[in-house]
Design a protein around this ligand. Structure first.
Ligand SMILES: O=P(O)(O)O[C@H]1[C@H](O)[C@@H](O)[C@H](O)[C@@H](O)[C@@H]1O
Ligand code: MG
Ligand code: MG
Length: 286
C-alpha cells in the first residue's frame, strides 16, 4: 500500500508558498480574461500560480501527471489515468479574487489508480488550511474536523453555487433548486463563491450539505476527500456513486440528508470533464 504522506506534506508547503502570490495580488488591479462565460474569469495570477505549483511538483516528482484548470483552459487534454496525478485549481473563487471578496482558495487533490488519496484546500485570505489523507482523518489548521451528523433536512444549512453557466436552462434549474429547498424548509442556503471552501464548510459542521451542478473536477476533488474523512457522504446528484468528472456533486453530513437533497434538486445537462469534445473548461485562453 503506497504511502503518499511525503506528497501531502510537499503539497501543503507549496500551497502556502503559492498563497503569498495570491495575497500579494489580492489588493492589486487585475487584468481579467473570460473563459466559458461572462462569469467565468481568469487572471494572470491564476495562470502564474498554476505554473508555480506544477513546476515545483514536476521538479520533485518528474513521473507524476497533472490536471490543471488553466492548463486545460489553454487546450491541454484532460485525462485521468492510474498514474499519480495532481488535480489543481490555482485560485478557486476567481470572481471573488477579482472583486476582493475574501474567499479565495488554492485547491490541490492527488489521485493514484484514479482514487483520491489526499486533498488540500488553502483558503488564503482566511489563512485556513483544510486537508485530509485517505484513512487519516480531516483537519483544519491541524485540528480534527467532523461533520455535523445532521439527519433532518429541515434543520440544515445548505451551501451551493450560482455557477458560471448563465444560459436559461442552467439559471432556471439553479434558481428552482434553491426555491425547492427553501420551501421544505431548510434553515438556510449559502454561497461563498468558491466550491472548494463551500464544500469544506460541511467538513467543519458549519454547514450540513453542499450541492452543485456545472463545476469541474479541480473545484471539488480536494474537498470531497476532506468531507469524507470528516465523516461525511459525497455522491452524485442522481444518488449514484461520486464521480469527480460528472460535474455534479452532493456532499452532506449524513446519507439521509444527501438522499433527501438528491430527491429535491434537478440537474441541468452539462458535458463530463473527461468528454473529449467538452470545451466547457477550455476556451483557448493563453
Ligand atoms: O473560480 P474558479 O476556479 O473558476 O471556480 C469557480 C467556478 O468557476 C464557478 O463556476 C463555481 O460556481 C465556483 O463555485 C467555483 O469556485
Ligand atoms: Mg474553481
Ligand atoms: Mg480556478
Amino acid at each position: 500500500m503506497a504511502n503518499w504522506t511525503d506528497c501531502l506534506n510537499f503539497g501543503i508547503s507549496i500551497a502556502k508558498q503559492a498563497s503569498e502570490v495570491v495575497l500579494s495580488a489580492f489588493q492589486q488591479h487585475k487584468e481579467v480574461k473570460l473563459k466559458s462565460s461572462p462569469a467565468d474569469l481568469v487572471t494572470e495570477t491564476d495562470q502564474r500560480v498554476e505554473k508555480i505549483l506544477i513546476s515545483a511538483i514536476r521538479n520533485r516528482y518528474p513521473q507524476h501527471r497533472f490536471i490543471g484548470e488553466e492548463s486545460v483552459a489553454a487546450g491541454e487534454r484532460l485525462e485521468l489515468t492510474d498514474s499519480p496525478t495532481w488535480i489543481i485549481d490555482p485560485i478557486d473563487g476567481t470572481v471573488n479574487f477579482v472583486h476582493r471578496f475574501p474567499f479565495v482558495a488554492i485547491s490541490i487533490a492527488f489521485t493514484f489508480n484514479k482514487q483520491i488519496q489526499f486533498g488540500i484546500v488553502y483558503s488564503c485570505v482566511e489563512d485556513k488550511l483544510f486537508y485530509a489523507q485517505r484513512g487519516g482523518g480531516a483537519f483544519l489548521n491541524g485540528e480534527p474536523l467532523y461533520v455535523s451528523g445532521q439527519q433532518d433536512i429541515s434543520r440544515c444549512v445548505v451551501v451551493t453555487e450560482i455557477g458560471a453557466e448563465r444560459d436559461d436552462v442552467a439559471l432556471s434549474t439553479t434558481t428552482s433548486n434553491i426555491c425547492r429547498l427553501l420551501k421544505l424548509p431548510v434553515h438556510g442556503v449559502r454561497a461563498l463563491g468558491t466550491a472548494a471552501v463551500d464544500m469544506c464548510q460541511v467538513a467543519t459542521g458549519g454547514a450540513d450539505a453542499y450541492y452543485h451542478i456545472g463545476m469541474h473536477c479541480w473545484d471539488i476533488a480536494a474537498s470531497a476527500i476532506i468531507v469524507q474523512e470528516a465523516g461525511g457522504v459525497v455522491m452524485d446528484t442522481d444518488g449514484s456513486e461520486f464521480d469527480m468528472m460528472s460535474r455534479r456533486v452532493i456532499a452532506a453530513s449524513s446519507a439521509t440528508v444527501a438522499d433527501r437533497i438528491a430527491q429535491v434538486i434537478q440537474a441541468f445537462p452539462c458535458c463530463r470533464d473527461d468528454e473529449d469534445n467538452c470545451r466547457c473548461g477550455a476556451t483557448g485562453v493563453n
